[in-house]
Design a binder for this molecule. Structure first.
Ligand code: HXC
Length: 510
């Protein structure tokens, strides 16, 4: 008996040794933690239950029968984050560069299946050289099995990918189909193929950082939802994100006790809007003053920063905030902002997270760059996302709501449940200057006439009351009471029921 117990311990020790001490030291020297160290930080203490630690690959080509490591380059299992169940897999770069064999893929598929069946989020920690070259089509097939499960789980359980080392090939496409991708700065790269192949195929010479670093993906490509300084910060922040999310689409978003007064008013908001309508102000200040404890988890903070997307809580329950940011490009809607916000709105709708939209938008960004980039299709994504969403939708227009952007930003006409405006709101087809130049073109040569027409337009349209008279705005509220009014609205919407007509699925303009 003692012998078999010892045998088990020996086998476990061998599996935990991964690719060996030297490779682990190399991992540390690069500023990266090992797969098991990462899981220890991600999960509540002693909560990790590992599966398949004795799995080995079955490949016999290229001498692989003599190169087997139990666990085969990925650590999989389940654990808790602040007492809530999650499924996890962490690629072990010390074992053949974390590359994916058929057996490795089957391990991931097993936890994907369990997560889906049991309604719990799945978190993948990536650090991998892609398909195991020696396994050929078996590795490719393995990836496709993972992809298929990513798609079936989409909208059912939250799927989160954290890129913590080089990731190429199949290890970019699985994260790309999950809800959120985060990267660690300077130690992680995400590209379809690395710099060597790029040079061979296109003659382009690029660094890993330029081709697939956190800064490029966070600011330019918009492929990732955020980046962190190091492994430790990334894992702590993922724990924080999980606290905002429901475990599945079968559950309500989590609530946590809020010690903040739901009737709290903030008089500093009465002077947030500058006298000059073209002077920017920081919309984040408003978000922080509305949300419980000012606690927000921003998604894509650096990409399309003219719109803010963030999880927060009101009365302890998670909400999704979408807010135009006048500090960046005057808060205009462009391609990047539309794509970013559309995806966020759809995530919230899929997981029953109420949407709170704060509007100060001068319109869609005009110009050839935007039009040739497909602004029409991309802008339509946000319009589509808001229009199809059936979760509670509360909207507050703080200043400008011009043109098509007024319609798009969760207006009453797109089934906004409660639509408020501040007294400073201006709801019109366009700003006074542009409007007067068009409708009074004949008077363009007379500056006095134009000035008086502009004043007339501003007096008539630069306010919320025309919309309020038509019932498009439910109430004009004092800025200081914004938090209180939104909370009261969401309370009444708790049992909202709204369903869209049956369809196999919609055809959102992709
Ligand atoms: C097998 C691999 C491997 C792979 C790395 N290794 N990638 N083994 N298959 N794909 C092994 C190495 O042999 C080495 O083994 C160890 O992992 C560490 O690799 P190094 O190259 O020494 O590390 P480093 O210099 O840090 O470079 C990491 C790397 C590089 C950038 C990831 O290894 C690399 O470019 N690998 C290939 C990437 C790639 O093109 N993969 C295929 C993608 S195609 P030892 O024994 O020395 O420790 C794909 C198809 C799926 O994924 C597509 C689906 C849509």
């Amino acid at each position: 008996m003692k012998h078999v117990l010892e045998e088990l311990e020996n086998r476990r020790t061998a599996a935990k040794a991964g690719g060996g001490k030297a490779r682990m030291e190399r991992q540390h020297a690069k500023g990266k933690l090992t797969a098991r160290e990462r899981l220890e930080l991600l999960l509540d203490e002693n909560s990790f239950e590992e599966y398949d630690m004795f799995v080995e690959h079955q490949c016999t080509d290229f001498g692989m029968e003599n190169n087997k490591v139990p666990g085969d380059g990925v650590v999989t299992g389940q654990g808790m984050i602040n007492g809530r169940l999650v499924y996890v897999f962490a690629k072990d770069f010390t074992v053949m560069g974390g590359s994916l064999s058929l057996a490795h893929a089957q391990k991931i598929c097993k936890v994907q299946d369990m997560a889906l069946k049991n309604g719990a989020p799945i978190i993948g920690l990536f650090d991998s050289g892609g398909a195991r070259i020696q396994e050929g089509v078996d590795a490719l097939g393995g990836y496709a099995e993972v992809f298929q499960r990513n798609v079936l789980a989409s909208g059912v359980i939250p799927q989160i990918s954290v890129i913590m080392g080089p990731c190429a090939g199949g290890d970019v496409y699985s994260p790309a189909m999950t809800d959120f991708i985060f990267m660690v700065r300077d130690t992680s790269y995400l590209y379809v193929t690395g710099p060597d192949v790029v040079k061979t195929v296109t003659n382009e010479i690029v660094t890993h950082e330029q081709l697939g670093g956190a800064s490029m993906h966070g600011k330019i490509s918009g492929v990732v939802e955020g980046s962190f300084e190091n492994d430790f910060e990334a894992l702590v922040q993922i724990r924080r994100l999980i606290d905002f999310l429901p475990s599945s689409n079968r559950e309500k978003p989590p609530t946590r006790p809020s010690f903040e007064d739901t009737e709290r008013v903030d008089y500093s908001l009465d002077s947030l809007i500058p006298d000059n309508p073209n002077t920017p102000y920081d919309m984040k200040e408003l978000l922080q003053k509305i949300a419980d404890e000012g606690d927000l988890f921003e998604i894509m903070p650096e990409f399309g920063a003219n719109i803010i997307t963030a999880f927060g809580r009101l009365e302890g329950r998670t909400v999704g905030f979408v807010a135009n940011q006048p500090m960046v490009l005057a808060g205009v809607l462009d391609i990047d902002a539309s794509k970013k916000a559309a995806r966020f709105v759809r995530f919230c709708d899929a997981f029953d997270i109420a949407l709170v939209t704060l509007v100060d938008v001068p319109g869609f960004l005009p110009g050839t760059k935007q039009e040739s980039g497909g602004l029409i299709k991309h802008g339509a994504k946000l319009l589509f996302a808001y229009a199809e969403a059936t979760v509670p939708k509360v909207t507050v227009i703080t200043r400008k709501a011009y043109g098509g952007a007024y319609d798009v930003m969760a207006s009453k006409h797109l089934r906004g449940d409660i639509n408020y405006a501040w007294p400073t709101a201006e709801i019109a087809v366009m700003g006074a200057k542009g409007a007067v130049e068009i409708i009074f073109r004949a008077e363009a040569s007379d500056p006095d006439k134009i000035a008086s027409r502009t004043k007339e337009y501003e007096d008539n349209f630069a306010n919320p009351f025309i919309a309020a008279r038509r019932g498009y705005i439910d109430d004009v509220i004092m800025p200081h009471s914004t938090r209180k009014r939104i909370i009261r609205s969401l309370r009444t919407l708790k049992n909202k029921q709204l369903t869209n007509p049956w369809k196999k699925h919609d055809n959102i303009p992709l």
